[in-house]
Write a protein of this length. Structure first.
Length: 342
């Protein structure tokens, strides 16, 4: 299954968007050969560890010659250095998961000056040129968490442990959750913990918040990969970790779809998560970088892999991949990537 220039145009007339062959401008691309650099934001999260494991497999399946991944270690300035180092090694394409939606522009500009196409994975840049953003709809993440919590907590205090607001992901999830609660569940009061995708920060701030608000009824974790373990540990230390169905259970919705979240759902420790597609991020990151190296272009519209390409306000194209809500009812679905990780 591939997103092609034709598939991306959905039912639009072929003459309106051109075929795959037509879209590959001879002067702008070649045969897609050459080394591709892959830059990770961090490796302390099981989500990114899984993505890292998928990269060589998906690169091979898409015919991409990918370098060993580079870990920017949660440091936006290091990520720019990593991009420059890869460019100096002569890579012909870059697949980057930006840490900071604004700061990444410096690296994107450098790649553009050298004529090297870039595909952004997971996070969209605020500015700068990329061939495609491979990402799920992060607004939908916040809305799905809101709707689940609102359906299971009729009134009272709920917490969202937010990601880094320098990242469009953190902003999208936070704003969407907040707006959805305000519109649909006015009896809920949202308390917020800015945690910057840092597990230690999440744990210490949640501990402080629970001391002042022992009547919390729900929690939204914007990243299970970094927030799940510290949240469960903090609740357990306060004797507040009650199983689903038991008195005093705090309803918890997470994001990521890692195996650890699925296990926590099965145990009744948390209630739901949104499965962020680590496998598809790697697959389509590799697919789109090869297409970019060949000079292929895409248009907004549905794809042939159950996603939709949209044009962002910045003019960048984003392939929004499916990210289903996972609960006890579908947690054992073998199609979920979190159930295929060994």
């Amino acid at each position: 299954m591939r997103a092609t220039a034709v598939a991306a145009c959905g039912t639009l007339a072929l003459t309106a968007c051109g075929s795959t062959k037509d879209s590959g401008a001879a002067g702008a691309g070649g045969d897609g050969s050459g080394k591709v650099g892959v830059i990770l934001p961090l490796l302390t999260s099981p989500f990114w560890q899984s993505y890292n494991d998928y990269v060589p497999k998906m690169a091979a399946s898409e015919g991409v010659d990918a370098l060993k991944t580079v870990n920017s270690n949660s440091d936006p300035s290091q990520q720019i250095t990593d991009i420059n180092n890869e460019l100096n090694q002569g890579v012909k394409g870059l697949v980057v998961a930006p840490l900071d939606s604004a700061a990444i522009q410096a690296g994107l500009d450098q790649a553009e000056r050298k004529g090297v196409p870039v595909v952004a994975v997971d996070v969209a840049p605020d500015k700068g040129k990329v061939a495609m953003v491979v990402r799920a709809d992060n607004v939908a993440y916040g809305e799905k968490a809101c709707q689940y919590l609102g359906a299971h907590v009729t009134s009272g205090k709920v917490v969202q442990i937010m990601g880094d607001l320098a990242s469009v992901n953190g902003r999208d999830r936070s704003q969407a959750f907040r707006a959805c609660v305000k519109k649909n569940f006015p009896k809920l009061k949202v308390l917020e913990i800015p945690a910057k995708w840092e597990s230690d920060t999440a744990a210490s701030k949640l501990d402080t918040l629970l001391n002042a608000n022992p009547d919390i009824k729900g929690i939204y974790l914007q990243a299970g990969g970094v927030y799940l373990a510290p949240t469960l540990q903090t609740l357990k230390s306060k004797n507040m970790l009650k199983k689903a169905g038991a008195g005093g259970h705090i309803v918890i919705v997470s994001n990521d779809g890692i195996p650890q979240e699925f296990d926590a759902i099965r145990k009744g420790e948390i209630d739901a998560t949104v499965s962020q597609p680590a496998d598809a991020y790697a697959k389509y990151g590799m697919y789109y970088i090869k297409a970019a190296m060949q000079g292929k272009k895409f248009q907004p519209g549905p794809t042939d892999h159950d996603s939709t390409i949209v044009k962002l306000p910045s003019g960048i194209l984003e392939d929004q991949l499916p990210a289903p809500l996972v609960t006890k009812d579908n947690v054992d679905d073998p199609k979920l990537w979190g159930n295929t990780v060994k």
